[in-house]
Design a binder for this molecule. Structure first.
Ligand SMILES: Nc1ncnc2c1ncn2[C@@H]1O[C@H](COP(=O)(O)OP(=O)(O)OP(=O)(O)O)[C@@H](O)[C@H]1O
Length: 694
């Protein structure tokens, strides 16, 4: 049924005559944006969000898409009773909730036997991770289980504190910000019980290990270890309790969190590690690595008279030798020298002071980053589907959860924001393809003529970024590999040469007067589907290269710490093949992610952050407007309203609206579709306002 303002009216009348499960409070504003009369007005949209938020109604639909506003306080809407309330209930008959989406997705998986996925997006602090945890908990509580599955449910839930300790940090925007993207599959058996899981991780923000902005922190695990580890443990790791003693922890000048107890979380994480299946020995090895990162940060260099670099903090090398399980003198040498092969001959050249510092930082980042990947692999082993289920032939279905960074526009956008925003372009592309596809399919199965909806296709921007040879990533790779002098500025010039004139790309040099005034000389601007973003090219080449000197790799792959020898493979050194660069790796992992998501039926949760102060009850309209724009919500609503926005099965429609017509009340005994016809005719709808499907 198309929505003309008066359907709102009909809804109102129905609500008067029908006994409804909704309380008066639930009805503040509209609970589905498609019901907005003035659906093209952004102001009306935001006003509806604001009014509902004021009543703690944080959830609102756009059709089947759930919009969620972070309440920044505990609401009593997540109890077991609430879960029961949503179980098996028709999506639209009850107030919007994340449990409705969870339940609907689960039922679709069970009845249609098709894999599902829930895509959660939003900017940092908008509530994505909390949402995904609530979905997992809903399944853990409401799905059938047996003892083995209860263990699996525990592991699934406990993998969260582990990943958060190692992959989350306090940032300016969020005290518990995920610094990596995450896709998690939950596998269900033929009875609908969760039987396995698998996690894919994306682009950990490794630079945080060695540097944090003012007011931010390093990854939680460092502080948890120092605050929560007992005295004996700290002695074994040669650590002092005070975070201020470690260079890698004082950069952000923010050692303590007011909202979180590192000590308590340490206990939670240690328990979670054991639930997930890490042995004591593995935990010890893991902590050795965490401690060694801190010792690396305290490894300092001096400069000799002839410009040679030497290590001034020998005790750190002693500690590192023990904790990393490597040869100390080889490590000392590798931190201050570089090994090159020229004309088949090996040459050792000394590093200058800056080079030694960056070699040390590169090692810290590589050690931490690879250990994080190992951690995810290890969690995956523990969540892996048991063989007997896998081979039972009865087939599993999957619900995937994507909790990934939303569109990011900072004051200074760098390589990381470029990757994040590229990911969002890909997700938008997926959204377009899947929405269009499912619309088309639905119209076909219902035998209703299909009307194409016009909206912006962002493929042109995806191509601009990822096209072979001509795209930004290819140009960046070429610049990293090209012999001769290359630098970030030469990369920018290459971009200008190749992409000048592209409607979605501009630089200071290429811009007209007005744009030029708001662009730096070292920036390029992309006109993303959601808006314009300027990127500063500084650091693009280094971050894309992500190089670790070969002799450091050699030292690490001889480590007797099994985690490290797993992470640094001998083949990497022997083959001497250049590993893939960061951007292309990210591109390939996104391509795989898109394939995974394409094969599933998607549901969407769009999270919004109401204010920057992380406070309850505050609704900052400017901030919300920005997110409504970057999440593409108005576009979403427009598409939804352009087709037949209100779709119900005959039976459900009759059940709900039969009191409005004497012929259908109290019961209709004929064919269901005839009953619906009678009802809509009685209400005076015109033929073009609705269609009857099959
Ligand atoms: N439904 C909710 N109820 C209560 N508090 C919430 C809810 N959702 C989010 N919060 C609060 O907001 C904080 C930030 O949420 P969350 O970590 O989920 O954001 P995010 O979108 O995952 O951010 P990032 O991208 O930085 O990881 C949480 O730590 C919690 O305090």
């Amino acid at each position: 049924m198309r929505y003309q303002g008066r359907e709102v009216d009909v809804e109102g009348r129905v609500r008067l005559v029908m006994e409804s499960a909704l309380t008066a409070r639930d009805r503040v504003g509209v609970q589905d944006f498609v019901l907005l009369e003035n659906y093209n007005s952004e102001a009306t949209f935001i006003e509806n969000l604001r009014r509902r938020f004021g009543e703690n109604l944080i959830y609102t639909y756009i059709g089947s898409v759930l919009v969620s506003v972070n309440p920044y306080k505990e609401l009593e809407i997540y109890s077991k009773q609430q879960m029961e309330r949503y179980r098996g209930v028709s999506f639209y008959e009850i107030s919007p909730h994340i449990y409705a989406v969870s339940d609907n997705t689960y039922r679709a998986m069970r009845t249609e036997r098709k894999d599902q996925c829930i895509l959660i997006s939003g900017e940092s602090g908008a509530g994505k991770t909390e949402t995904s945890k609530k979905i997992l908990l809903y399944y853990a509580v409401t799905c059938p289980t047996n003892d083995h599955m209860a263990t699996l449910g525990d592991r699934l839930l406990q993998s969260n504190p582990v990943l958060e300790a190692f992959g989350n940090a306090k940032t300016f925007r969020n005290d518990n910000s995920s610094r990596f993207g995450k896709y998690m599959d939950v596998q269900f058996d033929f009875r609908g019980a969760p039987v396995g899981g698998h996690i894919l991780n994306y682009l950990l923000e490794k630079s945080r290990v060695v540097h944090q902005n003012h007011g931010e922190r390093n990854f939680h695990i460092f502080y948890q270890l120092l605050d929560g580890g007992d005295d004996d443990l700290l002695i074994t790791l040669d650590l002092e309790r005070n975070p201020q003693s470690y260079h890698y922890l004082v950069k952000g000048n923010c050692p303590r969190l007011s909202s979180v107890s590192d000590k308590n979380n340490w206990k939670v994480v240690m328990k979670a590690l054991s639930v997930v299946g890490f042995s004591e020995e593995e935990v010890q090895k893991l902590l050795n690595i965490i401690a060694s990162v801190l010792h690396l940060g305290n490894t300092q260099f001096g400069e000799g008279e002839e410009g040679e670099t030497y290590i001034t903090t020998e005790t750190q090398i002693t500690n590192l030798t023990k904790l990393l399980g490597v040869d100390g003198s080889a490590l000392g040498e590798a931190l201050t020298h570089k090994k090159l092969t020229a004309n088949g001959e090996e040459m050792i050249t000394p590093l200058n002071f800056e080079q030694a510092v960056s070699a040390r930082d590169a090692l810290a980042k590589a050690v931490y980053g690879r250990t994080f990947t190992w951690l995810v692999e290890k969690i995956n082993q523990s969540l892996a589907l048991k063989d007997e289920i896998f081979h039972s032939g009865k087939g599993c279905s999957v619900i995937g959860l994507l909790d990934i960074y939303g569109f990011e526009v900072l004051q200074h956008n760098s390589f990381e924001q470029f990757c994040i925003n590229y990911c969002n372009e890909k997700l938008q592309q997926l959204f377009i393809e899947l929405t269009l596809r499912s619309e088309q399919e639905e119209y076909e199965t219902e035998g209703i003529a299909w009307e194409t909806v016009q909206y912006f296709d962002n493929k042109i921007i995806c191509d601009l970024i990822e096209e072979k040879h001509k795209g930004i990533i290819s140009i960046l790779d070429e610049e990293c590999l090209r012999p001769g002098e290359t630098c970030d500025v030469s990369f920018l010039e290459k971009l200008e040469d190749t992409l000048g004139g592209h409607p979605h790309f501009v630089t200071h040099k290429l811009a007209n007067g007005k744009t030029r005034r708001v662009m730096g000389r070292e920036e390029f601007r992309l006109l993303h589907y959601a808006g314009e973003v300027n990127y500063n090219v500084n650091g693009f080449l280094d971050k894309n290269n992500d190089l670790l000197n070969r002799n450091l790799k050699e030292v690490m792959c001889q480590s007797d710490n099994q985690i490290l020898s797993h992470c640094f493979r001998r083949e990497e050194v022997i083959d001497q093949k250049r590993p893939e660069m960061a951007a292309i790796q990210f591109k390939n992992s996104l391509t795989k992610l898109m394939e995974i998501l394409m094969s599933k039926e998607p549901s969407y949760v769009r999270c919004i952050k109401p204010n920057d102060a992380k406070q309850p009850g505050r609704f900052d309209e400017v901030l919300v407007r920005h997110q409504v724009k970057y999440l593409g919500l108005m576009e979403n609503l427009r598409v939804r309203r352009a087709g037949f926005a209100y779709r119900r099965r005959f039976e459900a429609f009759l059940q709900r609206y039969k009191p409005l017509c004497p012929e259908t009340w109290p019961n209709w005994h004929g064919r269901l579709s005839d009953g619906v016809s009678t009802l809509v005719n009685h209400l005076g709808y015109k033929a073009e306002e609705y269609k009857l499907g099959r």
